[in-house]
Write a protein that binds this ligand. Structure first.
Ligand code: ADP
Length: 649
């Protein structure tokens, strides 16, 4: 008896797209189905750890790919975990995987664009409909009786049907009834080539029937015996020298769902008190959910080549959650749980090893980001020193770190607050824009090398945008004296920087916090003049303090301004105005920060204050303008406009 079921709406939508827009990249269906078959075997192996009976006396897991030219079918069979009827209905009728759902939500409705997107993204089981106009799935879950098998059939439009069947073998067969224009897949060589390209790293044997030339028939004829057509060894267990760049890249794409090649990878067998194999990749592009701190890390955990879990967050600190890869441990117990992982000493050692490895990879990319400058050489001087090969190799690396940093730099900064042990190494990897560089390319070491004689601190400013940072009045005196200031516009900057008090012996100092102290950069004369100005200016300051007593914590004269009449600063250790605003906007509780108004006694507007009839209005205007200049808004804009208008009249 067959039962009719409707696909979940999203599946129907996905199927429509799959069948209408994936023609240019048909081959991927085989990768997806072989990958599902391999996952099903991994799942069986995992469940069998607690219940060996699930093997049903057939412990050799494998995938078989067979085709039938007459019936025009291609069948992918695995002896993995299999599905019960209910599981087939649930898993092959809905989209469970959040990745696929996210992907669907990004579809624009524009067929051409969506086709591109979908081609990059693995669409799993449903990709079978690229080449098939009907798919039959026959399956039985391991451990269930032969009578509890299921047949699932669909033509790939709105619905599918299921019925109970008897199936002696455990596992799943996916039978593709190929479309007329997909008969190219009824060819052993073609299938073998695709599997070699996409699925060679699969650790199970993928079997196909042998074929022999039949002289009488004048064609190849399938034989009764089967042979493995892949290497059937997990990629990371092979020696580095036996793995091609293409294989590494293909493996990355397979585990990451990323269509782009990775920027870099590192493959090592780590020996010592904890033994494990580590294969880690740095992606070229950030995933769209990078900012979700709850997102699990991208590292898969294997124990002695048995797949244990995806997203093993205990293996990577949160600020490196974008790293993809595989860890295969020789020491962990096979039945390790997420809870157990958190407490394991071995896991801690692996996480530390992984962290060190990733930082080393980044350091390497950073070092090679620019071509090495050769002393005394011209623009193209590199040629004289490096061999052609070395030069080509060096050129390949150029810009990679910058590309990485543009995508992941802001997350890396979280490490300053998260990983105290590596703070120094992380700090060295940071890059910033500055008053002397438009691009985010200045390292703290670059900055230090350019520090002025007598300069003690590394100066920086945080703002919402680069333009706001660059134009902020607080920078005026620094510009006048030619002192470089780092411009920081990432949301995490202020928080992250609060963990980095110094770099290589120089304190980091926000130019918008505390009194300006240029130390030795200010000469004696300037200092004296400033003190004197403050003295004669004191009565005006006192009046300003009085007028603004509800708004400003303090009012003082400053030498940090050149062209502007006033600016706002906060005390050392206070949240910056910008951070307080940001927290408020995000609906979070932010401490009320009362700023300090600093005025420039040399400015004509400030000079006018003394004895002015509208002193009080001017005081408020000065304050509101300082607020505007640093990206804030007067708390009573109407009152501000009124005051300005009164003066204009
Ligand atoms: P996924 O990315 O989760 O594999 P698919 O659409 O490819 O998405 O498959 C949906 C679900 O169907 C899988 O998560 C799995 O539960 C089930 N499934 C697919 N193929 C097989 C198979 N060969 N054996 C057992 N279960 C399978």
């Amino acid at each position: 008896m067959t039962t009719q079921h409707a696909f979940q709406a999203e599946v129907a939508q996905l199927l429509h797209l799959v069948t209408h827009s994936l023609y240019s990249n048909k081959d991927i269906f085989l990768r997806e189905l072989v990958s599902n078959a391999s996952d099903a075997c991994d799942k069986l192996r995992f469940e069998a750890l607690n219940d060996a009976a699930l093997y049903e006396n057939a412990p050799n897991l494998e995938v078989r790919v067979a085709f039938d030219k007459d019936a025009k079918t291609l069948t992918i069979t695995d002896n993995g975990i299999g599905m019960s009827e209910q599981e087939a209905i649930d898993h092959l009728g809905t989209i469970a995987k959040s990745g696929t759902k996210d992907f669907m939500s990004r579809l624009s409705g524009d067929q051409k664009k969506d086709a591109q997107l979908i081609g990059q993204f693995g669409v799993g089981f449903y990709s079978g409909f690229i080449v098939a106009d009907k798919i039959t799935v026959e399956s039985r879950r391991a451990g269930l009786a032969p009578e509890a098998g299921v047949r699932w059939v669909s033509g790939g439009s709105g619905d599918f049907e299921t019925e109970t069947i008897t199936r002696t073998e455990r596992g799943t067969s996916v039978i593709l009834h190929l479309r007329d224009d997909a008969s190219e897949y009824l060819n052993r060589w073609k299938l073998k080539t695709i599997i070699g390209k996409y699925s060679d790293h699969i650790s199970l044997p993928i079997l196909m029937q042998k074929e022999e030339w039949d002289k009488d028939k004048g064609e190849y004829v399938l034989q009764a015996d089967w042979e493995a057509i892949n290497s059937a060894s997990a990629l990371w267990t092979r020696a580095k020298k036996d793995i091609s760049e293409e294989q590494y890249t293909e493996f990355y794409k397979n585990i990451s769902y990323d269509s782009e090649a990775p920027l870099s990878w590192s493959h090592n067998r780590v020996e010592g008190s904890t033994e494990y194999t580590q294969l880690l990749y740095i992606p070229a592009k950030a995933p769209h959910d990078l900012w979700n701190r709850d997102k699990k890390a991208g590292v898969k955990l294997y124990v002695k080549r048995v797949f244990i879990m995806d997203d093993a967050e205990a293996l990577m600190p949160s600020y490196l959650r974008w790293v993809k890869g595989v860890i295969d441990s020789a020491d962990l117990p096979l039945n390790v749980s997420r809870e157990l992982l958190q407490e394991s000493r071995d896991v801690k050692a692996i996480r530390e090893g992984n962290t060190r490895r990733v930082l080393a990879m980044l350091e390497d990319l950073a070092k090679k980001d620019k071509l090495p400058a050769q002393a005394g050489e011209g623009a193209d001087g590199v040629t004289d020193v490096l061999s052609a090969e070395e030069k080509a190799e060096a050129e390949k690396m150029v810009g990679k770190y910058s590309a990485f940093y543009a995508e992941f730099g802001a997350v890396l900064k979280e490490g300053l607050g998260e990983d105290f042990g590596n703070r120094e190494r992380i700090a060295k990897l940071l890059r910033f824009a500055s008053t002397q560089s438009d691009t985010v390319s200045v390292s703290l070491a670059d900055y230090k090398a350019r520090m002025k004689e007598g300069q003690e601190a590394i100066y920086y400013i945080t703002a919402d945008t680069l333009a706001a940072a660059r134009n902020s009045p607080q920078l005026e005196v620094f510009r006048k004296k030619g002192i470089e200031v780092l411009l920081m516009t990432d949301r995490v900057d202020e928080w992250a920087l609060s963990f980095l008090h110094e770099f290589d012996g120089s304190p980091l100092q926000s130019v918008a916090k505390g009194a300006v102290d240029l130390g030795k950069l200010q000469d004696e004369e300037e200092k004296k003049a400033a003190e004197q100005a403050a003295e004669t200016f004191k009565p005006v300051l006192d009046r300003l303090k009085d007028s603004l007593k509800d708004r400003a914590k303090d009012v003082r004269a400053t030498s940090r301004l050149v062209d502007s009449p006033a600016c706002l600063v906060v005390e050392d250790g206070d949240y910056s105005m910008q951070l307080a605003r940001m927290l408020k906007q995000a609906g979070q509780k932010a401490p009320e920060v009362q700023p300090i108004l600093e005025v420039n006694p040399e400015h004509p507007l400030v000079k006018k204050l003394d004895g002015h009839v509208q002193f009080d209005d001017l005081a408020h205007i000065l304050f509101d303008q300082a607020l505007l200049a640093e990206g804030g808004l007067p708390e009573d804009p109407a009152a501000y406009v009124k005051r300005v208008n009164a003066l204009l009249v």
